[in-house]
Design a protein around this ligand. Structure first.
Ligand code: CO
Length: 188
């Protein structure tokens, strides 16, 4: 499947609000191939030369609904630092991911969120859980995994899983008070 900024479904299309269906396992070749194309989109999107040539908007994640397939699959590549301040790359091709636990503590991106399906800028904090545990089948390593995510990765996973419910990041922004002071929250 060709995935670029022209083929990605935008929020002007009501399809983006559809709920995504669970994916049968073992993964069909068709589903695996789609998830691989989504993964390659995210990977290539952060290479400036390829992104320019192929009309890719930089991203850390993409969900299947965004390419017109309402299935619970998402590809994520997040660069961050771990507890010891070492560079780490978290990369996944997730099938049927679900949040099994989340912290009471909140976190938000200091500069707000963006989305491949949202052309306009929506300013404001998207307040999410600071830590989440996500269980899923990971098609990159071909195993059931449990991800204990914090900070940026936790936010990205919550953003992508929202897509399965037809929820977009700006749905979470408080219109009256877009930059609230959230007690105890981590600014990422
Ligand atoms: Co998005």
């Amino acid at each position: 499947m060709i995935i670029n900024n022209d083929t990605i479904i935008k929020d002007t299309d009501p399809f983006i609000r559809r709920k995504s269906e669970p994916v049968p396992l073992p993964l069909s070749e068709e589903d695996r191939s789609l998830l691989q194309d989504m993964y390659m989109y995210v990977k290539n999107s952060t290479d400036p030369e390829i992104a320019e040539r192929d009309n890719l908007r930089p991203a850390v994640g993409i969900s299947a609904i965004q390419v017109g397939v309402p299935k619970r699959m998402t590809a994520v590549i997040v660069r961050d630092t771990d507890k010891n301040d070492h560079e780490v790359v978290y990369e996944y091709m997730l099938v049927n991911p679900r949040i099994v636990s989340k912290s009471l503590q909140k976190a938000y991106l200091e500069s707000g969120e963006g989305c491949l399906s949202v052309a306009k800028v929506h300013e404001g904090y998207v307040v999410r859980s600071a830590r989440v545990t996500v269980k899923a089948y990971d098609a990159l390593t071909d195993q059931e995994i449990s991800i204990r995510a914090r900070g940026y990765l936790a936010i990205v996973l919550q953003h992508e899983l929202d897509h399965f419910e037809g929820v977009l990041f700006y749905d979470h922004i408080n219109k009256e008070n877009p930059w609230p002071n959230v007690p105890g929250a981590i600014s990422v």
